[in-house]
Design a protein around this ligand. Sequence first.
Ligand SMILES: [Zn+2]
Length: 327
Amino acid sequence: MNDFCRVPLAAALLTQMAVGTVAQTPSEAGPPLTTRCESAPITAAFAKFGETGRMPSDLGAFLANAPLQRIEPYKAFDNVYYVGICWVSAWLITSPAGHILIDTLYGEYTDRLLANIREVGLDPKDIKLVVVTHGHFDHAGGVTKLKSELDPKTRFAMTREGWREAQEDAAARRPFPWTMIEPDIVLADGQRLTYGGVTIQAFETPGHTMGTASFAFDVRDGARTYRAFTVGGLGLNAIRGPEQVEAFIASVKRIRALTEAPLQPIQLHLTTHGFSTGLTEAKELLKTCKPGDPHPLIDLAGFRRQLDGLQAGAEKRLIIERQKRKG
Ligand SMILES: [Zn+2]
């Protein structure tokens, strides 16, 4: 097997990201966050946000900086394109008969998403279904715009609780004013949806929010097909009590089990936030890969380490949340 694609730097970074141990000081993280899209400093800034509950000012500025958030859209697999921005993903799963989009970005970034789709030579009007992982603005904030821009027959899908969460956050103008459409398709756990020529399977994975959904789908690389998975929510930044952390742990364990399923085991993680897996750096290797090389976005061991890291973090958080409840 040719290891051409796996340069040591990216492998090390993927490992760090996966176990969630990156907590670099600004000097270790290199130039300030506001100068480039890189996983390590963004992860460190979000870790600080998580610890303090306050958005670091440089992080806020970075997220709002459209030129810095721009990522050239790219073909991740023969049938999958990345059409998101630096800090939030949007995945387009394509077929000649129509496409499925995962997540919608927000504000002007949803315009960017539409431009990205055109940039890779596809037509947003060929999107048949939009699935949304959960109700936070960075994933659901573009639904209203897409509803007005896409084909009128395009459908939108979330879990029942996901729809409720999105409407609640939009009504509360969290963290800024945005709007949400009325619920359309309500996802059931395990449901397979086929739109155009694409089939996607939905899983209810409560934890990040109680309405979070994750998705499994096939990705193709030449003659080979792999089972990809998008974990709908990764962080413990919206926790409202120990029950939610318990749900998070159960969901992570369930996803871990799906990597070992006898039928159609999931083999790789296409993340909702590129910095969480080192996707930002790994995708650069796509440019130099040769046919027959290992695919740079397939890292099952890294995916499992990430899940183990998420579970370990959640178990620590559970102790804190239980103490809070008692206190
Ligand atoms: Zn979220």
